[in-house]
Design a binder for this molecule. Structure first.
Ligand code: GYE
Length: 335
């Protein structure tokens, strides 16, 4: 063989080997469009996704959208342009995603929905799976806990005025937690929601809105018996407002929160909050597993719910089959 052909052969062999090793080393690239960092829950969710992707050796392009839909839309569009392998997505609100979901589908990028859901025609056609909590059930559990609590305190049938701090307007947990709670209280006409407003899932707004609930209740001469907050962060802010108004949270006003973050456990142990309904943000490992399953050619279930509990320091002593002790589980909380 002539030298020039030999050199060409060597070149081709080297090229093939390089390409093969590049393919073997090629990391899976995941774009994740996160809502923001509005709560301890969300921070727990972000940490869980980051850690699980790092453990799996994925390259993660992570965007914090600061609770703004337009930021999420541009992050998703950027993921398409970059040609990521997978998209992870927690939509801040339910609607307004039709166009982008179609674009992602056309680009052939599998989407894994985490935590919140979208509302568009045939929405399940646009994602491989959705992993999260049953928010309607969380609302129902909150109301059922309240009925049990009133029962053991001999307040069954008493007129009970409830104020509600809703989550982000138009988000699936805010819509569903309200629906779930109302599903139960509608059969109990003595339980009334007297004021209801959004606190956007933040502690700061939870406090501000609770202050206005208290002012309005005072001027109307109406007692507030219960606060139902769609997340613990808002409940913590409201507790502050209640204290500043000279009332005793957890006693003068029964406080119900959702998420089961560490701070809620601390408030329960301090007697300032009564119960927290768990919603787990630790979805990173399931998110990574879903990607691995798709890589292996499996078809995923469209919905995966996480298993969650209710924690308090009163009913868990009497009904341990239904409620868990906050004190006992506090040391093992990770968010
Ligand atoms: O309850 C709240 C957060 O979407 C389930 O978002 C999540 C909610 C969670 O900021 O704290």
């Amino acid at each position: 063989m002539k030298l020039k052909w030999k050199l060409l052969l060597v070149f081709v062999v080297v090229l093939v080997l390089c390409t093969a090793s590049f393919a073997a080393d090629r990391r899976i690239v995941v774009g994740f469009a996160q809502i923001g960092s509005e709560s301890d829950w969300r921070v727990g969710s972000t940490n869980s996704v980051r850690q699980a992707c790092a453990d799996a050796g994925f390259e993660l392009i992570f965007v914090d959208a600061n609770q703004m839909q337009e930021n999420q839309l541009s992050a998703l569009r950027d993921f398409i342009t970059r040609g990521v392998d997978y998209i992870g997505f927690s939509p801040v609100v339910m609607t307004g995603w039709d166009q982008i979901m179609m674009e992602i589908k056309d680009a052939g990028i599998p989407v894994i929905m985490l935590d919140r859901n979208i509302d568009m025609p045939n929405h399940t056609d646009y994602y491989a799976t959705w992993i999260g909590s049953n928010f309607v059930e969380e609302g129902e559990k909150s109301a059922l806990w309240l009925l049990d609590y009133l029962g053991i305190h001999g307040r069954w049938g008493e007129e009970i005025n409830i104020v509600e701090l809703q989550g982000t307007v138009g988000s699936s947990p805010a819509i569903d937690r309200k629906t779930g709670f109302e599903n139960i209280i509608k059969d109990h006409p003595n339980l009334k929601i007297t004021q209801s407003q959004t606190g956007d899932f933040t502690t700061e707004l939870g406090k501000t809105v609770m202050e206005s609930f208290l002012r309005r209740a005072q001027s109307d001469g109406v007692k507030i018996d219960v606060l139902y907050a769609h997340n613990d962060g808002m409940a913590i802010g409201a507790i502050q407002a209640i204290k500043e108004a000279g009332l005793v949270p957890g006693k003068d006003i029964i406080i119900i929160g959702v998420d089961a973050v560490k701070l809620a456990f601390e408030a329960i142990l301090a007697g300032e909050m009564n119960v927290t309904v768990e919603c787990s943000p630790l979805l990173g490992p399931q998110f990574v597993q879903a990607i691995k399953d798709i890589e292996a050619g499996e078809t995923l279930d469209k919905i995966t719910f996480s298993i969650e509990h209710v924690y308090d320091e009163t009913l868990s002593k009497l009904m341990p089959h239904r409620y868990l002790s906050a004190e006992e589980h506090y040391p093992s909380r990770v968010y």
